[in-house]
Design a protein around this ligand. Structure first.
Ligand code: PBG
Length: 319
């Protein structure tokens, strides 16, 4: 085997997989009630943007040839239903409108579709008297949010709430509103993970009464169940599926790759980014090398593209 490892060019020639800028989607946060970007302590290098700073950042990412961004909003007002998620003047809808006007179709605008950033209790849906999320009542909210995002200029909607039937409800709502051309990127295999911690700082979400999402997100002891989630989402009309988080779930990505032929996305989530940055900032690992290794491993496992907070810095090195 060593004969093929002798020189860098020989190694390049026989490399099985290569990370390129086209594999990267940058997650971005836009917040309503601020007039300057706010750094997120647990996500070094990532900020909550104002509408203006978001526009500049997206222009910068596009100039690095990054093909897509995914947007998350932090509203000034939260309520039990998360109504800012479908208000045409809501923070993400305004951002989508601005960015679509700036960029046209030069960059793919994906909008995360959930209500947890908008609800006062921090859950991904309507909470019933027992404190549980009511799956079916929540589906209507997702349909409204999908239409609002498409109307505002989203190219792709990405439901992340893990409600049963959400893809079908969103597909129906979009089709009915003449948005049958808008694809759905379903967060199909989304685990109830500890690695989302810094993200919740980023979107100012605390789940009420010390709650968690184990009633609707997946149990990380289960692998086969992820494939069933993926199959169900595809049968409901998902155009692309996602596995999230990425690093601890490479087995799921690899199994999904064998089973389905639609594009597979993987989300290298906030906690994965934060661990990498923390170790690098301590001088304990080579952060740049480790970043490339992790993202390439996700691709090797079978992902077609990767949502990652590393997009900007990695793209700058790849181009
Ligand atoms: C839900 C959502 C979450 C993330 C993306 N979409 C958080 C959650 O499910 O609690 C996490 C992303 C990350 O950790 O980087 N809207």
């Amino acid at each position: 085997m060593r004969r093929l490892r002798q020189t860098p060019t020989l190694r390049n020639l026989v490399a099985e997989v290569e990370l390129t800028v086209n594999d990267l989607v940058a997650p971005l946060f836009v917040r309503e009630d601020i007039d300057a970007p706010v750094p997120i302590d647990s996500l070094p290098g990532v900020v909550q943007h104002t509408q203006d700073s978001l526009r500049k950042e997206v222009e910068r990412l596009a100039s690095l040839d990054i093909p897509a961004v995914i947007l998350f909003g932090i509203p000034a007002d939260k309520d039990p239903e998360g109504s800012q998620a479908w208000n045409p003047d809501g923070v993400v809808q305004v951002a989508l409108g601005n960015l679509r006007a700036d960029m046209g179709d030069d960059l793919v605008l994906i909008s995360d579709l959930c209500v947890d950033e908008y609800t006062s209790h921090g859950h991904c849906g309507i909470v019933d008297a027992n404190g549980d999320v009511d799956n079916d009542l929540t589906l209507d909210l997702y349909g409204s949010a999908a239409v609002a995002q498409a109307e505002a200029g989203a190219h792709v909607v990405a439901p992340s709430g893990m409600m049963d039937g959400q893809v079908l409800a969103i597909r129906d709502a979009l089709d009915e509103a003449q948005f049958d051309h808008i694809p759905i990127l379903a967060y199909s295999a989304k685990y109830a993970s500890s690695f989302y911690g810094p993200f919740r700082d980023a979107v100012d979400v605390t789940i009420a009464d010390g709650g968690d999402r184990r009633g609707y997100q997946q149990d990380w002891r289960n692998g086969r169940e992820a494939l069933e989630e993926i199959r169900l989402d595809l049968s409901e009309g998902a155009d692309m599926v996602m596995v999230k988080p990425a690093m601890a779930y490479l087995d799921i990505i690899a199994r999904a790759r064998v089973e389905v032929d639609v594009p597979i996305a993987a989300y290298h989530v906030s906690g994965e980014y934060a661990m990498l940055k923390a170790a690098a900032m301590n001088g304990w690992i080579d952060g740049e090398a480790a970043a490339l290794e992790q993202l390439t491993a996700i691709k090797r496992a079978g992902a077609d593209f990767i949502l990652t907070y590393l997009s900007g810095e990695v793209a700058a090195r790849l181009t």
